[in-house]
Design a binder for this molecule. Structure first.
Ligand SMILES: *Cc1c(COP(=O)(O)O)cnc(C)c1O
Length: 235
């Protein structure tokens, strides 16, 4: 797919999210759409913006910075960094994004807090949880999550908003729900432990499992392919 009619795919994605919320008995605006634009050109982001989309997710720092450069006139975009983050890349993420979904180490969190510019609001962050217990997947283990959450909440320039996960793929909708339910329970545990904290975000659900994630309480669904079309395979 080279030409994507963004107005149509975006509208279809909104309707799909609305149907999933309705099927789950949740209110119409209980979950927000994050448009994942990795590997896609700035022009497509501009087209989605023209259709009212404001939240965009990017995985690769240099690619994201290049696109932000090309889109500086769209100054109310909320940029979300959702890819793996090494500690030598934290400064530019702290300076150029509103959200980071992929925190899995205290060291990275500490650097982001130290490097967040004073004139910007605190950086919104989610902790990425390894919810499928696979050695190969990124994210903090459920066992290590409470200590990491406590450490991140103590950082002055970060605002811990919730949890993110990328479960192992599954074609079975019922099976898809299990890891999302575990992530929801993990957030509920943190909410019970820290009732004053603004822990309102479950970043979960992608193009192939949006319905299962929404059924389990997703508040931010990250859709790439469904909006922008297939991506070239990465090696
Ligand atoms: C690429 C990516 C997505 C979007 O995936 P699709 O299947 O294309 O919707 C969502 N979240 C993360 C972390 C990603 O890397």
């Amino acid at each position: 797919m080279t030409e994507v009619a963004i107005d149509e795919t975006l509208e279809a994605a909104r309707q799909r999210l609305a149907r999933a919320l309705d099927a789950a008995g949740r209110p119409p605006y209980a979950a927000e759409l994050l448009a994942v634009s990795k590997t896609k050109p700035a022009d497509l982001i501009r087209a989605a913006y023209a259709c009212g989309q404001r939240a965009f997710g990017e995985n690769y720092l240099q690619e994201a910075l290049d696109k932000q450069q090309a889109l500086t006139d769209l100054d109310d975009i909320a940029w979300h960094f959702i890819g793996p983050l090494q500690s030598n890349k934290t400064r530019q993420v702290a300076e150029h994004f509103a959200w980071v979904h992929s925190i899995e180490r205290e060291k990275v969190a500490r650097r982001l807090s130290e490097q967040r510019p004073a004139d910007l609001a605190p950086l919104n962050v989610c902790l990425q949880v390894n919810i499928s217990a696979e050695a190969s997947k990124a994210g903090v283990s459920l066992d290590a999550l409470p200590a990491l959450a406590e450490a991140v909440m103590a950082l002055p320039r970060l605002q811990l908003r919730g949890l993110m996960a990328i479960p192992a793929p599954s074609d079975d909708p019922q099976h898809q729900r299990e890891p999302f339910a575990r992530l929801r329970h993990a957030l509920e545990d943190l909410q019970a432990r820290y009732p004053e904290a603004p822990l309102d975000t479950l970043s979960m659900g992608m193009s192939d499992d949006l319905e299962a994630a929404v059924a389990e309480g997703a508040t931010l669904v990250r859709l790439g392919t469904a909006i922008f079309g297939q991506r070239p395979p990465r090696d």
